[in-house]
Design a binder for this molecule. Structure first.
Ligand code: NAD
Length: 296
């Protein structure tokens, strides 16, 4: 598997391109505008410099990694040569289905098509292609160059051979792949999102404040970040949409998103990306905000 195409060059896509290119693969990185691709290349360069500073790689490694990446603004040219396509475009089901139809039509018949989706059914994505046995979930974690886990998700029709190839490929990238089946939230988000939702309920019901809840989980459970800070980091809109996938997929009340989360997203408090969520980030640091906003 020499040639990899990565569709989408945002937070995850540029990290995925970085890791494949660093491990000697030729990477075709695709996004809708050259501007987005230039930003992605600048981010990859900055992250490579960070690895040099930490003495993890050399200047030559940086040069060869960057020389392995070519950019494209259309899917047909970007996937033509691919042995493996990893889709990391915006989390939107209609968009992903249309991207997969386009990839399926324009890539070689035996290319494996993977998606980095956090929550959309792999089986549903596979069903719009003519090769559901070759479609699989490859769920990298953020930041991709640092985080070891790859959740490898088998759709209902994914073949053993496709799974084996992707497991081996992930190991060759220095990652630890874990094989799971395709049910709502897979494993990572099925466990993480109810914990975050429960932390938000705990705040909403006035059991404790933001800092208290995060401190209990950090110092008591050895989590590197409290659940409310983590929710801000992931994006409160993303947390809400994944909880809705769990709620709709299982039809179980226990996944119902906390009304406080719904209100915050509706009002535009989406966490780090909008400058405010459970904490304020407007001054470049994490600060506590008025507790009254979180009361029931
Ligand atoms: P992002 O918004 O940072 O990047 C998405 C990119 O996709 C953008 O650059 C956008 O221009 C591009 N795009 C949109 N339509 C496109 C198209 N038709 N063709 C090519 N590119 C297109 O999003 P992200 O956070 O990188 O998330 C990408 C995927 O990874 C999502 O499925 C998300 O659920 C998943 N994911 C995200 C995280 C995370 O922490 N951010 C973690 C794991 C998985």
């Amino acid at each position: 598997m020499q040639n990899i195409s990565v569709i989408g060059s945002g937070t995850m896509g540029n990290g995925i391109a970085h890791v494949f290119a660093q491990n000697g693969h030729k990477v075709a990185l695709v996004d809708i505008s050259q501007d987005a691709l230039n930003k992605a290349l600048a981010t990859i360069e900055k992250n490579l410099d960070r690895q040099i500073k930490k003495e993890l790689i050399s200047e030559d490694d940086k040069k060869s990694t960057l020389s392995n990446i070519t950019t494209f603004t259309d899917i047909p040219s970007g996937v033509k040569e691919a042995d493996l396509v990893v889709e990391a475009a915006t989390e939107n089901i209609d968009l992903k289905l249309s991207i997969f139809r386009e990839i399926d039509e324009n890539s070689s018949d035996n290319a494996i098509l993977a998606t980095n989706t956090s929550s959309i059914s792999i089986t549903k994505i596979a069903a719009v292609t003519k090769r559901p046995d070759l479609v699989i979930g490859m769920h990298f974690m953020n930041p991709v160059p640092v985080m070891k886990l790859v959740e490898v998700i088998r759709g209902y029709a994914t073949s053993d051979e496709t799974t084996k190839t992707v497991m081996e490929m992930s190991k060759n990238l220095g990652k630890v792949p874990v094989e799971v089946n395709d049910y709502p939230g897979f494993v990572a988000n099925r466990i993480l999102m109810p914990m975050i939702n429960e932390a938000i309920y705990t705040l909403y019901e006035g059991v404790a404040g933001v800092e208290e809840i995060d401190t209990v989980m950090k110092l008591g459970m050895a989590h590197p970040m409290g659940p409310l800070q983590l929710a801000d980091f992931i994006g409160l809109d993303v947390c809400l949409s994944i909880l809705n996938v769990l709620y709709d997929g299982f039809g179980n009340q226990k996944y119902a998103p906390c009304p406080l989360l719904v209100n915050m997203v509706t009002a535009g408090y989406k966490g780090v990306k909008t400058g405010e969520g459970f904490y304020s980030y407007t001054h470049g640091t994490k600060e506590l905000v008025l507790a009254d906003r979180f009361k029931k």
